[in-house]
Design a protein around this ligand. Structure first.
Ligand code: NAD
Length: 456
């Protein structure tokens, strides 16, 4: 079916008002939950074929979040969709005021490849929970996951309500020529700009979930072993192909050696040659593999960095003695390479971070409240964690997720996500029985006095 016809059908379905019925939405969300749960084996198989992702990582980093949001929406959307009464000033008395949360309409969701299920399905189900229709365009790079989502959704939902359109640049460009009521995009900052421009043609509101270089501050007073443990997990999960992964580390010079040794010990404990195959991902494609191996500066490798182009394998790698001028510090790494930069003066380190675009995430490891608060106060970033990395995403019902500046526009997860796909329609509701003459001409000093009192 061509996009024009598909969108026209979705517009007609939305205009039938069916999606405004919260019971209808809950039924659809339950249907998605059952569909995913009863086809988990297919989902695991597809993502393993795409880039060797294990069932464990797929469940923890993709499906668990989707299930969690589904049950939270099923539980809460009745409450979130209710009109909210607010107070009304004297100037309008007698009247009441309320806000009606209403769905935006026809939504386009464009997904990224690195968490192909989560980054496509989470925004899609959030848009559906808020009462919209959805066209989902997953990333084309993990072919099998795109295919499995298209089959499951297109065979079980009418296309005028929820439909997957597969494809890459050409298909996305074609989709962007049409007028949607909302575009939700996850991907790179460069493509984010293309989406923003296309959306501007129709004044379509956008949420842009983008990337960037996320810094991690490691202070000398930290618990070194625990810091290394949590950081190694967060960095090498998904083989570093995570938008909120610690991109680089700023560590106080005084603990450099001890910290590097702790990182090395952690990597050897969890990614030894005996276990790595089943517990570690491939790089998504040859282009990304080639891009990453160029960043493996042999003079700076402290640990790891073995590669195998046949299965697009890059061993977890620590680079030391890195400077802000090195190639690895120019763009988001998005792979299993962790550069370590030392500093002696925190203000200088903060200044360097602030000279760069605002990151999607940042992490601070320290036991000193003053230091933690100083960094939180002075550095702008999307979101993050203190004494951990990445785990802020696991509190997705309560912590909004989104970037700032070049790392994104808008946010989602939980109620924030519901609001992202909702228009707040404000209503003043009057009765007919009173209409004081005071606002009508001819004006007078006396009327002005009363108006000042009423409106002041
Ligand atoms: P990408 O920008 O290359 O692709 C994202 C989507 O845009 C894909 O569906 C792709 O088909 C489409 N696309 C690509 N080029 C296009 C073009 N010229 N015109 C129209 N559509 C186009 O991003 P990616 O490689 O899939 O993902 C990696 C980037 O995404 C990283 O920068 C990462 O940090 C970021 N990311 C952000 C988040 C987040 O939640 N903020 C999550 C994951 C990834």
């Amino acid at each position: 079916m061509d996009i024009n016809t598909l969108l026209k059908q979705q517009q007609a379905f939305f205009n039938s008002n069916s999606t405004k019925d919260v019971s209808f939405r809950i039924t659809q969300l339950k249907k998605i939950e059952t569909l995913l749960k009863s086809n988990e084996a297919l989902l695991y198989q597809a993502i393993y074929e795409d880039f060797g992702k294990s069932q464990f990582e797929t469940y923890v980093t993709e499906l668990a979040l989707v299930y969690h949001e589904l049950s939270s929406f099923i539980k809460n959307i009745r409450k979130w969709s209710k009109k909210q009464s607010v107070s009304t000033g004297l100037v309008n008395w007698p009247a009441k005021s309320y806000v009606i949360p209403e769905p935006l309409g026809n939504v386009l969701v464009i997904g990224a490849w690195n968490y192909p299920y989560q980054l496509s399905l989470l925004p899609a189900i959030t848009a559906l929970a808020a009462g919209n229709t959805v066209i989902l365009k997953p990333s084309e790079l993990p072919k099998k996951t795109s295919e499995v989502m298209a089959n499951l959704i297109n065979n079980n939902f009418p296309s005028d309500y929820f439909c997957v359109v597969e494809g890459g640049v050409e298909e996305t460009t074609a989709l962007l020529k049409h007028r949607f009521d909302k575009i939700f995009f996850t991907g790179s900052t460069a493509v984010g700009k293309i989406i923003y421009k296309a959306a501007a043609e129709n004044l379509t509101p956008v949420t842009l979930e983008l990337g960037g270089k996320s810094p991690t501050f490691v202070m000398a007073d930290t618990d070194i072993k625990m810091t290394a443990k949590r950081m190694v997990w967060a960095k090498f999960l998904n083989a570093g192909q995570t938008c909120v992964a610690p991109d680089y580390v700023l560590v106080e010079k005084a603990i450099e050696t001890e910290f590097l040794e702790a990182l090395k010990a952690e990597i050897s404990a969890h990614y030894s040659s005996a276990t790595i195959e089943d517990n570690y991902l491939q790089i998504i494609n040859a282009a990304n593999y080639k891009r990453l191996i160029k960043l493996l500066d042999k003079d700076k490798i402290y640990y790891g960095g073995q590669t195998n182009c046949e299965n697009r394998f890059i061993e977890p790698c620590i680079l030391h003695q890195v400077t802000f001028d090195d190639d690895v510090m120019q763009d988001e790494i998005f792979g299993p390479i962790l550069p370590i930069i030392t500093f002696t003066n925190l203000d200088e380190a903060i200044k360097k971070v602030k000279e760069r675009p605002k990151p999607l995430s940042s992490y601070i490891y320290s036991k000193n409240k003053k230091t933690i608060n100083k960094i939180l106060h002075e550095v702008s970033f999307g979101g993050g964690a203190v004494n951990d990395s990445l785990m802020h995403l696991s509190n997705n019902s309560h912590l909004p997720f989104g970037g700032v500046g070049l790392s994104g526009i808008g946010a989602y997860h939980g109620k924030t996500g519901f609001d992202t796909f909702t228009h707040q329609k404000s209503i003043l509701h009057k009765s007919f029985w009173l209409e004081p003459n005071v606002k009508y001409a001819p004006y007078s000093h006396f009327k002005l006095k009363i108006i000042k009192w009423l409106m002041g």
